[in-house]
Design a protein around this ligand. Structure first.
Ligand SMILES: [Fe+2]
Ligand SMILES: [Fe+2]
Length: 374
């Protein structure tokens, strides 16, 4: 089995861009709120937290760190969806290196485009929700999402060198949510499905990626996402009691469809098409036990979220049970949220310690130079 080792890909100074762009009509309503004194206390607390926890990746992350050019994220082998298959076993190391890079590019491209979806989606939420505290909180999340786009794009353009398009399964969910005039569908897609999936994924990445920069970045992003998810849940908990049974059923249909898309159709076929490995790789990727387990784990935060916002009727529960993920309804979320916070605090402390060590080393070396000159 051979594959085309693309010359543009091999030159790491050239970004291979497979993404493209598109325009979707946004339907909806802009709500102005003239009552500046009406407070939404819980939302206000989130807004304050959103303001106080802004961070700048130029300061908080060590971009001088030189990763492995052949494996910029330090992917554990089970992150490669065909690892462990007969196909993988017979590939030479040179081709495995190409696959690692393509897997990193595909994965980070999905995050990058999802972050842009969140950026645009939160703008739509800011425009459509009626209370001012929710609009102001949304403004803090807009900045968070811009920062996430910045970070993923920076990894892709300076380290991975390969940008893929958005997976068809995410694409159809995002388009549906954007075209939908009812604003809460955007919250369901972005906050309840995609961000909860992201949160579960970043939780794994901050523990298991071998590149320290990618690990720290994952920890910072996870803490922001934890806050975003809390916002989406609060917003819908406050809004859904106003809807009729029939209206809630439509939301349930949307999330069930979205869950199936994440469970069965969020797959990396584009890599195998691009590299020319064909059906054998696609089948190996679909069969991968590690990937199957991973696609189950992404529901760890989605399922409690659906329960909390009240979209947890018999049809939703039946769908989650047939996906084998209904048990996540009992996950200890408070403990997971504490972990999201602590991991970011630890990453920040490690960065400050590194800075201090560097300062001390610089001071010592300056002292030595001065002594030698005297
Ligand atoms: Fe984000
Ligand atoms: Fe987010």
């Amino acid at each position: 089995m051979t594959t085309s080792l693309e010359p543009d890909y091999l030159d790491r100074n050239v970004l291979t861009d497979l993404a493209g762009g598109k325009a979707i009509p946004i339907n909806g309503t802009a709500v102005f709120q003239w009552d500046y004194d009406r407070r939404n206390e819980k939302m206000l607390r989130l807004y304050v937290q959103g303001k106080q926890r802004q961070w700048d990746m130029d300061d908080k992350l060590d971009w001088d760190h030189q990763g492995d050019p052949d494996d910029p994220l330090g992917l554990p082998e089970d992150f490669i969806s065909i690892a462990g298959s007969k196909l993988w076993d017979r590939l030479p190391e040179e081709e495995r290196r190409v696959i690692r890079r393509h897997t990193s590019g595909w994965l980070y491209s999905q995050f990058l485009h999802s972050e842009q979806f969140a950026l645009i989606g939160v703008g739509k939420i800011c425009q459509a929700v009626s209370d001012l505290d929710s609009k102001m909180y949304a403004a803090t999340q807009l900045m968070d999402e811009a920062r996430h786009v910045e970070g993923f794009n920076r990894f892709i353009s300076t380290r991975i060198g390969l940008r893929y398009g958005l997976s068809p399964s995410l694409n159809s969910m995002f388009e549906h949510a954007m075209r939908e005039p009812r604003w809460d569908f955007g919250v369901l897609a972005a906050h309840i499905l995609v961000e909860n999936m992201g949160l579960a994924t970043f939780g794994v990445h901050r523990e298991r990626l071998q590149d320290p920069l990618a690990r720290s970045f994952s920890a910072f992003v996870a803490r922001d996402e934890s806050r975003h998810v809390a916002f989406g849940r609060l917003l819908l908990r406050q809004y859904y009691p106003q809807l009729s049974e029939a209206e809630l059923r439509e939301r349930e249909d949307f999330v069930v469809e979205g869950c199936w898309a994440l469970r069965d159709r969020y797959v990396d076929d584009e890599i195998w098409e691009r590299l020319g490995y064909g059906e054998e790789a696609v089948k190996a990727s679909r069969r991968s036990p590690a990937k199957r387990e991973f696609r189950r784990l992404v529901f760890m935060r989605i399922v409690p979220g659906l329960k909390e916002i009240g979209l947890f009727g018999p049809r939703v529960q039946a769908a989650l049970a047939s996906m084998g993920v209904l048990g996540f309804q009992d996950v200890d979320e408070a403990a997971l949220r504490a972990l999201d916070d602590q991991a970011a605090v630890d990453a920040m402390a490690a960065r400050e310690l590194d800075d201090r060590r560097r300062d001390i080393a610089d001071t010592i070396s300056l002292g030595r130079t001065a002594a030698a000159e005297n």
